[in-house]
Design a binder for this molecule. Structure first.
Ligand SMILES: C[S@@+](CC[C@H](N)C(=O)[O-])C[C@H]1O[C@@H](n2cnc3c(N)ncnc32)[C@H](O)[C@@H]1O
Length: 277
């Protein structure tokens, strides 16, 4: 399926206006191949028919959901960013526990925004479970994973992974929190799954973003790399608003908010940095 430059722009703008993901012209081939697949499955009459289908229905059409499932990149794994996790465990978490402990508010709220199939959120859950008997005794822990892609959200809720997903998982966690089954299936323990809920959320949808309130830690790693400056700026402002005054915001290892948001303060740690209000 070949797209004219004009048609490519129509489709690109449609996706961008809905979810902030910006496809550069160099991604034309990628969009063409995904689009061809959807046109074949839906049996509509070419691009014109497909665009009509996309725009049909109020709000998020069924076909738009399927298209976004095709065009989002969902690469992730457990324990993806070790320096960040170490800083969180040794510095940021103890700091937040002390601050909230002092005011008698024993509840932690963590958000994995663009959670994909759940590995980032579950990594946090396992790390916090290790503190259940000590510093987090009697604390309420709420971890929320959100994504725009329904297919990966279903995988996250199922909690069954392959060996590639757990390749960076320390042996200790692998033995304690997974059951290895035949065929290289790693089934996450119910104890971990219980701490996390997964919801559909489009980070570009202001009306929904304003309700994601009062988080102590927000992760939005390897998501904003697919956005352009304007859509990044808009989404990051929501994270700023939704973070507690003492909370921390984390992006991916090779990302930064330079030129995107100048309200956040940069907090350096060995091997990376976090953001704070
Ligand atoms: C590469 S994965 C990152 C997963 C995980 N955060 C990590 O760092 O390993 C990017 C995820 O962001 C999601 N995503 C992209 N645009 C989004 C949007 N507008 N709203 C919500 N999720 C989005 C994709 O569906 C995908 O699952």
């Amino acid at each position: 399926m070949k797209l004219s430059d004009k048609d490519f722009e129509v489709l690109r703008d449609f996706i961008y206006n809905h979810c902030g993901i910006y496809f550069h012209t160099s991604k034309k081939y990628f969009l063409e191949s995904r689009l061809a697949r959807r046109i074949e499955v839906t049996k509509v009459a070419g691009l014109t028919g497909y665009l009509a289908l996309l725009k049909s229905g109020a709000g998020r059409s069924e076909e738009l959901t399927r298209l976004l499932d095709e065009v989002t990149t969902n690469e992730t794994c457990f324990f993806r960013n070790p320096p960040q996790l170490k800083a969180l465990e040794t510095v940021f978490l103890p700091e937040i526990i002390a601050t909230k402990g002092k005011i008698g508010f024993r509840k932690l709220r963590i958000w994995s925004a663009g959670s994909s199939s759940g590995e980032e959120a579950y990594t946090m859950a396992m790390m916090l479970l290790e503190k259940r008997a000590t510093v987090l005794k009697d604390w309420i822990i709420e971890i929320v994973g959100t994504d725009i892609n329904e297919t990966v959200l279903a995988q996250a809720r199922e909690g069954v992974y392959n060996s590639y997903a757990v390749r960076n998982t320390p042996e200790f966690y692998l033995k304690k929190y997974f059951r290895e089954e035949a065929g290289g299936r790693f089934v996450l323990s119910p104890e971990v799954k219980k701490l996390v809920s997964f919801n559909h959320l489009n980070l570009y949808e202001d009306a929904k973003m304003v309700f994601m309130k009062s988080f102590d830690f927000i992760f939005c790693a390897n998501v904003l790399i697919y956005f352009d400056l304007a859509s990044k700026t808009k989404v990051v402002q929501h994270f700023y608003n939704n973070l507690q005054p003492y909370g921390y915001f984390f992006v991916g290892q090779s990302e930064s908010l330079h030129g995107v948001n100048d309200k956040f303060k940069t907090i350096h740690f060995p091997g990376g940095f976090a953001y704070k209000k």
